[in-house]
Design a protein around this ligand. Sequence first.
Ligand SMILES: NC(=O)c1ccc[n+]([C@@H]2O[C@H](COP(=O)([O-])OP(=O)(O)OC[C@H]3O[C@@H](n4cnc5c(N)ncnc54)[C@H](O)[C@@H]3O)[C@@H](O)[C@H]2O)c1
Length: 246
Amino acid sequence: MRFSGKRVLITGAASGIGRATAILFAREGAMVTIGDINTAGLTETAVLIGEAARPVAYDAEDHDSCCALVAAAAEGGLDVVCNVAGMLKWGPTEDFAAADFERLLRINTTSVFVICQAALPHLVKSSGNIVNIGSTSGLRGMIYTAGYCASKHAVVGMTTALAAEYAARGVRVNAVCPGHVTTLMTQQAPPAGDLDWDMVMRGMPKLVDGSCAPEDIAEAIAYLASQKARKATGTVLVVDGGQLVS
Ligand SMILES: NC(=O)c1ccc[n+]([C@@H]2O[C@H](COP(=O)([O-])OP(=O)(O)OC[C@H]3O[C@@H](n4cnc5c(N)ncnc54)[C@H](O)[C@@H]3O)[C@@H](O)[C@H]2O)c1
């Protein structure tokens, strides 16, 4: 019961990694405010968790909505924020709409900043912590993903910058960078066009059965958020089945 009595905000909790994280934290004693734009999925997660879950619909593209989510989560105080919500769109750069690039940055990056900014005063009071979800695409360039890579490199940079800024005030800020995880995000059809699949496959996991389940990532998030990691801040924990080993 690593999170007994802790109040935790988890975004992107309608499916995949966010849902697995919410279930794990609640199982270990947390009260979880779960946020997502997908209200049907959010309700399903809340039903799976039971009384410890408080679902709040929000849109990561909307600043006021992000702030309202944090305000709802922090009503009785706030100990942990897990920024999991995100989107993936990829494809050859010359065919990639600038509007999609900007949307990736709004959902994957700006919303993380806005949520951290709104949550930090509460986390200073509780000596709490933040876990952001980056990606191996936040550490290395992957073919056809200039927008997604930019958005996730920014999350990694933001994480270490906030860790430096808030360490003296007792708030830890860390990131988990998953490799390939079997979720709705990775079940999308590939973009149309003539793709260099040899280059795409270079980014695949190298461990036998190296693709992660959402629960593998939830465990890494829970570790960093727990007291067991009390000396870890600015840490970027890669869980990728060996995707980045050469
Ligand atoms: N699946 C992978 O291989 C993988 C790898 C590395 C990083 N990640 C990251 O993990 C996180 C979770 O992704 P996942 O794999 O669980 O995918 P997922 O699609 O199952 O979950 C993403 C969640 O974000 C929510 N979301 C999207 N846009 C939103 C918006 N505007 N407002 C609020 N919520 C919104 C979705 O509704 C969804 O529930 C993302 O940040 C993703 O970039 C995933």
